[in-house]
Design a protein around this ligand. Structure first.
Ligand SMILES: [Mg+2]
Length: 140
């Protein structure tokens, strides 16, 4: 799965253009998702130039390397004349998500367990009694 992840407000507290404070478990969760589940992580941020490099260096110094940065694949900047307006990812992790961004422990569990879809997540965390009732009505 390709996962696009934002930087400011998502991996660090939002203090743009400065690098904010680390958000607990964010980098560690992404490293585990990469190493254990073999998902491709794309850094997707409004940062450009030196500010972008600072974000890349911040992550690299903590052991997180991205599959691509602000592009769909590593060589895209060489092939395409302009960066794409939107990344073709299976999943976006961004502090501007509708409903906000969950805790990184929850994000990790959702991605690792394949319950990142809202309905799958609700079903996986639902008490067994409710699951039985939903089954009766044919929802799952
Ligand atoms: Mg953000």
């Amino acid at each position: 799965m390709v996962i696009a992840v934002d930087f400011d407000g998502t991996l660090v507290t939002h203090e743009y253009p400065r690098i904010g404070r680390p958000i607990p478990f964010a980098i560690e969760a992404l490293k585990k998702i990469q190493m254990e589940d073999h998902h491709e992580i794309i850094l997707w941020t409004v940062r450009e130039g030196d500010l972008l490099q600072e974000a890349i260096d911040y992550c690299r110094s903590r052991g997180l390397e991205f599959y691509a940065v602000n592009s769909n694949y590593p060589e895209e900047a060489l092939v395409a004349k302009t960066a794409p307006r939107k990344i073709t990812a299976d999943l976006f992790i961004d502090d501007r998500n509708l409903g906000g961004i969950p805790d990184w422990g929850i994000i990790y569990q959702m991605v690792h367990n394949g319950t990142h879809n809202q309905a799958q997540w609700e079903h996986s965390t639902m008490p067994e009694e409710r699951k039985k009732k939903k089954k009766i009505f044919g929802i799952f």
